[in-house]
Design a protein around this ligand. Sequence first.
Ligand code: ADP
Length: 405
Amino acid sequence: MSIKSSKIMAMNAGSSSLKWQLYDMPEEVVIAKGIVERIGLPNSIFTVKYGNKEKFEKIANISTHELAVQMLLDELIGLHILSSYDEIKGVGHRVVAGGEYFKESVVVCDDVLSKIEELAALAPLHNPANAQGIRAFKKILPNITSVAVFDTAFHATMPEENYRYPLPNEYYEKYQARKYGAHGTSHYYVTQKASKILNRSLHDLKFITCHIGNGASVTAVRNGQSVDTSMGFTPLAGVMMGTRTGDIDPSLIPYLMEKTGIYSTQEMNNIFNKKSGLLGISGISSDMRDIIAARKEGKKEAILAFDMFANRVKKYIGQYFAVLNGADAIIFTAGIGENSAVVRSKILEEMDWFGIEIDESKNLPGVEGVISADSSKVKILVIPTDEELVIARDVERLRQALRTC
Ligand code: ADP
């Protein structure tokens, strides 16, 4: 019996953007992908890539996520990528925070959507936008399977000693103040892929996965399950990032509030989330490519930002070596992890005591797969992440299982 293929959309909605990929499943073929940027601002940019490297771009004023979804569907028909909306059988949405409610992907019923909105405190920059994307699709295509895939779900396996904060118990019990982690879909994907590359069962393997892009997190994985991760209650914690602090001493918050006279918690949150990290230290940019270029020119703030970034990732790798009692592989993924040989080198510099030896002749731009020396006890892997594929697979799995509201 031949398997009938269906079109599945994977969505990643940000506050002013909508990234999407359209798949033929179960073949896992990307038919088209694109992004709508500057939603709610003048001159929104609408881009579609499809077919044989064809590209469609349009500038328009797109004021809401719903209009963006409508335009996307219309253009898919206009470009003959779809013949009708009915061809889309399911849509999966990336949702950053699932809190303690969601430990796996679920079909989005009304109560699920309200809970996603309720969890905005755990991902203030992301969850409200994710919910907007879901609402927009539900309004236009109410009858297709709609699935939420949570960035926190992969970390649901963390033991309590790792996810609790040493705060008075009642803050956990009353307010769910605990570590949730993020980027779980990506850590999960590279974990699965690494087991295939190494041709070994996940049950025999221990990994330290480094998702380092604009947002960055490091995870300790044993038996294919997350044991600990660097992000925390929100994606602000852990390693230093493009614009986020990562871990700092919490007493700096009241201290800086008093010193600067900024008593708005929202404004403080904004400083830690959007004005810190590589941007805060370099004063140049949050983009690692700019930092690397300025470092080459000898700009001292860029050198410091670069060194601090690598140092924070290195320290988490060290922690997780201890947590896991060693690791079979360190995995690099996301924008910086996939593309920057120089950052990978800096992170793993002088870690030979741990049995980590990078082979610089393999650690090249554009490389994928193993970059460790043959003599390295710990394998070092570069694996391009594919969160959209995980989303599309989950939609297809729940659709085939006939899950509905
Ligand atoms: P996001 O968290 O927004 O999804 P990405 O995973 O796309 O982020 O990563 C963006 C980061 O990757 C930026 O800091 C960018 O500079 C960095 N990056 C992309 N390509 C390179 C490269 N060739 N060298 C160094 N950094 C790179």
